[in-house]
Design a protein around this ligand. Structure first.
Ligand SMILES: Nc1nc2c(c(=O)[nH]1)N[C@H]1C(S)=C(S)[C@@H](COP(=O)(O)OP(=O)(O)OC[C@H]3O[C@@H](n4cnc5c(=O)[nH]c(N)nc54)[C@H](O)[C@@H]3O)O[C@H]1N2
Ligand SMILES: Nc1nc2c(c(=O)[nH]1)N[C@H]1C(S)=C(S)[C@@H](COP(=O)(O)OP(=O)(O)OC[C@H]3O[C@@H](n4cnc5c(=O)[nH]c(N)nc54)[C@H](O)[C@@H]3O)O[C@H]1N2
Ligand code: SF4
Ligand SMILES: [Mo]
Length: 714
């Protein structure tokens, strides 16, 4: 028997955990955490083992397929590329370049070949209809970083291994293992913070993270910007502004001081639900801790004030003297530095055709994707390309998107499954994935809580008839540019090697291969003001775009000025037995990864996870009992789902995980279909956005919940 131990980084989520994979006679027999990985130190989560399931999944496509009247038919790569080229060119010739739209999903970011060659293909299309999961996710972080620090990827990362005080707002890193904060084994790291000092969580749900934190405060969804402004108010009020080494490198402090004056904790408490007393205490504890870091993610990004929330978090870290300082919020110094060598990011260069939404960093927001497909006229999207994305389940108003995709003239998907989105494609081009690819994390080393570098070789060689994602992009680009696209290097491994050596820190692919568990480059370092990308080399505390957005928030504040303190409690209509105007939020589970990992039986078996969390009082009002089937309705549509009555969710708010709803016709993922669940994005709306950045608002959609009588208990 031949036994082999293979070391690699898990590419499933942002934590990039080191894996030790045992292979016996060509079969994976165990997947463990690699104790020698300098970042993850042996940690893994249950999803890592599913890399084996994905590799062996009989539903996974390995050769291109074409939709025919008799169902899907396997075709050769040559025929598939010919079809795609002919159709995309025909449609662009007839309707113009922007008639071809693109959507790139999350796994592209976990694949260095896609990161390097995907954008080249998109550019070759010369279309303005470019979309990605970014505008259903972290776009507001990029926007705030761009406006304050001059570069959309210069994102402050909490220095969690050294901080004494961590405030987590709208994130659940114990489950997500961190986002825009690569932090494997967050649990152990968080425990260490608690031992040194304190962790507090601000969330409408008592999450797994909140449960283990020192303190948790419920907040009304979408009101965080008010709470954050009131913290800044307190910093000024109690003379806790301390810019330390950045004092000569900021501008706009007076403007912030003036704006913050109105956001007294007494006023904001009425809306947020966090008392003035607690707000003042939190501000004081934050400012007086030896070091402190404020961190926010999805909950404060996918809401109406996503841009402001991210800005205010960066401001709190800066004003309290914790930016670019050990134990505060710091910038990374990655071995392959895309920040120093890449583009700073541009905005507002074009607008969407129908509602005039501005471009952000070479993309339009997914909020306008449906209308750009369904509104006729010059520039309407007639053909669509998706790559590693499942927007039918992941972007708002999935049923409307289903219809829009159905009516396209042509669609091609670069994907490994026939799922809710790719079932609409005419051609699917399936790449290799996971264990078949080499891996260097071009994105997440640059967002990690410690500077490390790691290269992983493929565990399994791809078969002759398989293609890597980047090989698909290169061929498509070549064809769309009539062969004009030529590159000196087309192997991403060689590009990384060149870039590492160019940076001159002694690293190369060779040295990384000699250290398959990874190389430690030490804790985060202080890098300001040198690393700022603003023209004047100053941090812009009060960017014009942000300041111009504050009146929206002031309106929210004054709309509540005259009301009594318990106005944030939801009102329910009494005779209908319907809990009305509840605010919908989402959640994640350790064993899911967005929408695409439910075909692994070991990850979906057990208790039903796609449930509606509802507070006992809201449930009682509508006579809903635990485990009962209910109907949830919004402006976009309605779904049926099992209710889970629990006080882990605050009153007036309900919570559904995203990424489910696999019962749509034509999906070919057997296990996922048997554990279908319902899609929360059949309820969310493309009209609910952060108007500053264009990001989608998933948090705070108004819904109604009512019991389904014919199904009293399930
Ligand atoms: N309501 C609600 N909606 C949300 C969220 C939420 O919190 N609430 N979260 C949002 C967030 S943060 C994100 S990032 C998005 C994610 O949304 P998307 O990025 O659109 O979708 P995923 O569900 O990640 O689907 C990934 C797709 O990639 C395919 N795939 C997997 N591996 C590979 C590969 O190696 N190569 C290729 N080519 N394809 C592959 C899968 O089959 C699947 O079709 O969802 C967003 N949607
Ligand atoms: N296991 C697992 N891990 C994952 C993923 C996964 O699907 N499963 N997805 C990956 C991806 S693509 C991403 S982007 C990251 C996301 O990483 P996180 O942001 O850490 O994950 P979420 O669970 O979306 O956390 C958002 C939190 O915000 C809260 N929230 C909702 N609305 C509001 C609000 O208005 N205000 C406040 N203060 N809080 C609010 C929610 O209750 C939730 O606890 O996770 C990544 N890791
Ligand atoms: S936490 Fe993320 S990177 Fe780590 S093993 Fe789980 S899925 Fe993989
Ligand atoms: Mo995400």
């Amino acid at each position: 028997m031949s036994t082999q131990i293979h070391h690699r980084a898990c590419n499933l989520c942002e934590a990039i955990c080191g894996l030790e994979i045992k292979v016996e006679d060509g079969t994976v027999t165990s997947i463990r955490g690699d104790k020698n990985d300098p970042l993850s130190r042996g940690h893994i989560c249950p999803k890592a083992v599913a890399l084996k399931d994905i590799y062996e999944d009989p539903d996974r496509l390995k050769q291109p397929v074409k939709k025919t009247a008799d169902g899907w038919k396997t075709i050769s790569w040559g025929e598939a590329f010919d079809e795609v080229e002919t159709n995309l060119k025909r449609i662009q010739k007839e309707y113009g370049n922007s008639a071809v739209g693109t959507y790139f999903g999350n796994p592209n970011v976990h694949n260095y070949g896609s990161l390097m060659f995907g954008p080249k293909f998109v550019r070759s299309l010369q279309t303005t209809n470019i979309f990605s999961a970014t505008s259903a996710d972290q776009l507001p972080c990029h926007f705030a970083a761009h406006q304050m620090f001059g570069h959309y990827f210069l994102i402050p990362i909490p220095d969690i291994d050294r901080t004494d005080f961590m405030m987590i707002i709208g994130a659940n890193p114990l489950v997500s293992n961190g986002s825009m904060m690569t932090a494997p084994d967050f649990h152990k790291r968080m425990k260490a913070i608690s031992e040194r000092g304190k962790v507090i969580v601000i969330d409408p749900r008592r999450t797994e993270t909140a449960d283990k934190a020192d303190e948790h405060f419920f907040i009304k969804p979408g009101t965080d910007a008010l709470f954050l402004w009131s913290l800044i108010h307190c910093l000024f009020d109690e003379s806790q502004i301390n810019l330390r080494h950045l004092a000569d490198h900021v501008k706009g402090l007076d403007l912030i001081s003036a704006k913050a004056a109105q956001f007294t904790p007494e006023k904001t408490a009425k809306i947020t639900g966090i008392s003035a007393e607690n707000t003042r205490r939190i501000a004081r504890e934050f400012a007086t801790a030896n070091s402190a870091t404020c961190y926010g993610r999805m909950g404060i990004s996918v809401q109406e004030f996503g841009g402001q929330c991210n800005w205010l978090i960066y401001l709190i870290n800066t004003l309290s003297g914790n930016l670019d300082r050990s134990g505060g919020a710091m910038f990374t110094s990655p071995a392959m530095d895309n920040i120093a060598h890449g583009k700073k990011g541009k905005i507002n260069r074009w607008k969407s055709r129908v509602s005039g939404m501005p471009e952000r960093f070479s993309e339009l927001p997914v909020a306008v994707m449906i209308e750009e497909m369904t509104t006729s006229g010059d520039g309407q999207i007639k053909a669509f390309v998706t790559s590693a994305g499942n927007p039918v389940l992941s972007t708002p108003n999935g049923r409307a998107l289903d219809k829009a995709l159905e009516n396209l003239e042509f669609m091609v998907s670069i994907d490994i499954y026939i799922n809710e989105t790719t079932r609409h494609a005419d051609i699917i081009l399936p790449p290799t994935t996971g264990l078949e690819t080499s891996h260097f994390d071009a994105a997440f080393h640059a967002l990690a809580i410690r500077n490390t570098a790691k290269f992983s070789e493929p565990l399994f060689a791809k078969a002759d008839n398989q293609r890597h994602d980047h090989e698909i992009f290169i061929e498509l680009t070549r064809r769309m540019t009539d062969g004009e696209f030529q590159l000196p290097i087309t192997d991403p491994e060689h590009i990384v090697d060149y870039r590492l050596q160019q940076q001159g820190n002694g690293l190369s692919i060779k040295t990384l291969k000699e250290n398959p568990s990874g190389v430690d480059l030490g804790p985060l370092k202080s890098v300001l003001p040198e690393r700022l990308f603003t023209e004047d080399k100053k941090i812009d505390l009060a960017p014009e775009s942000m300041m111009a957005d504050v009146p929206r928030l002031e309106a929210l504040l004054s709309s509540h000025d005259s009301k009594s303190s318990d106005d944030s409690v939801q009102k329910v209509s009494d005779d209908l037995k319907v809990s009305d105007n509840l605010l919908l939020i989402s959640r994640r589970h350790l064993c899911s990864n967005n929408s695409w990992m439910h075909n692994s039986l070991r990850l979906v078996k057990g208790r039903e996870r796609c449930t509606l969390l509802i507070h006992p009082k809201d449930a009682a009002f509508a006579e809903i009992s635990d485990q009962q089937l209910v109907q949830v309705s919004s402006e976009s549509g309605s779904i049926e789902i099992i209710a889970e009555v629990s006080d882990e969710i605050t009153q007036g708010v309900v919570c559904i995980p995203h990424g489910w709803g696999h019962d749509r016709a034509g999906v070919k993922m057997e296990t996922a279909q048997a554990h279908a669940g319902a899609s929360v994005n059949d309820l969310t709306s493309e009209n609910f956005i952060d108007s500053l950045t264009g990001n989608i608002g998933f948090s705070g959609i108004g819904v109604q919940v009512q019991a389904i009588e014919s199904n009293e208990s399930v």
